[in-house]
Design a protein around this ligand. Structure first.
Ligand SMILES: C[S@@+](CC[C@H](N)C(=O)[O-])C[C@H]1O[C@@H](n2cnc3c(N)ncnc32)[C@H](O)[C@@H]1O
Length: 253
């Protein structure tokens, strides 16, 4: 009986590994033929919109680890009562937590996510000015916020330069841009490197936001955590007296 169980277990491993290898191979094949920009537009954007109600499944699947990473943005927020903008808030879990203390606004491209977050806020008697829109054209005047937060969304924006220009524009001098996302580890470990390649196969953009923020005159700090340090928080403080920058769009495949 025990021997049979061992054999069954071995087969599950073989089937699992074969299915994993097949999926990665298929993704690699698709990626060679498709721009990441197209993957985001044609696949992920409709998925975020139509499957918004399933998005919290990611937290369930990871035993809430993803939410703990997301929450690491909280310790960089300005004091209670500050004006905070969240971009790409998804199903609104972090947004709802921030709305308990701050004057919130939020923007997401997916109407399904905006609808879900509105309901989540209303159920708790909280409020936020939510908008459906794109990070590339934020519908707020310059210097409107004390902090701009984005978790696991920046790596889905094809044009990092244009996105960050907008995020910095709406941040007041002395305020902060806070980004939590996946990426390479600074110790160059191979597992984080492989994970980053896997995210890229799925259409994401693995970036180090530090040079991007420094190019905009922000004073930057970065911390890493998670398995193999494959997740990071980058915080840029906007210095007083920086002139707004005009971006040049960089589109990478
Ligand atoms: C991977 S989800 C991250 C959601 C959430 N912040 C989290 O921590 O899990 C990316 C989110 O960014 C949104 N998004 C994608 N492109 C966007 C854009 N150009 N402007 C604003 N939001 C965008 C998506 O609709 C989605 O809700």
């Amino acid at each position: 009986m025990n021997g049979k169980r061992q054999r069954d277990k071995k087969w599950w491993w073989i089937v699992g590994l074969a299915a994993g290898a097949l999926t990665v191979g298929l993704l690699a094949w698709l990626r060679r033929r498709t721009h990441r920009r197209t993957i985001q537009r044609r696949f992920w954007n409709p998925v975020y919109d139509r499957l918004a109600h399933w998005y919290d499944g990611v937290d369930w699947f990871t035993g809430n680890t993803t939410h703990r990473w997301r929450r690491s943005a909280l310790r960089y927020l300005p004091p209670a009562g500050s004006r905070v903008l969240e971009i790409g808030f998804g199903s609104g879990k972090l947004h709802t937590e921030m709305a308990r203390q701050h004057r919130m606004a939020g923007l997401d491209l997916a109407p399904g996510m905006v609808h879900l977050t509105r309901r989540r806020l209303a159920a708790r008697g909280l409020s936020s000015r939510l908008a459906v829109g794109s990070v590339y054209a934020l519908p707020w005047p310059a210097e409107s916020f004390d902090a701009v937060v984005s978790t696991f969304a920046f790596s889905t924006f094809p044009d990092a330069e244009a996105a960050l220009d907008e995020m910095v524009r709406v941040t007041r001098p002395g305020g902060r841009v806070i980004i939590v996302d996946a990426g390479e580890a600074s110790d160059g470990n191979r597992v984080a490197h492989l994970l980053a390649r896997l995210w890229e196969l799925m259409g994401d953009y693995m970036r180090d936001e530090v040079p991007l923020m420094e190019a905009r005159g922000l004073a930057v700090e970065r911390e890493e955590y998670g398995p193999w340090n494959a997740v990071h928080t980058v915080v840029g403080a906007k210095q007083i007296g920086i002139a707004p920058r005009h971006h040049s769009s960089i589109i990478s495949k």
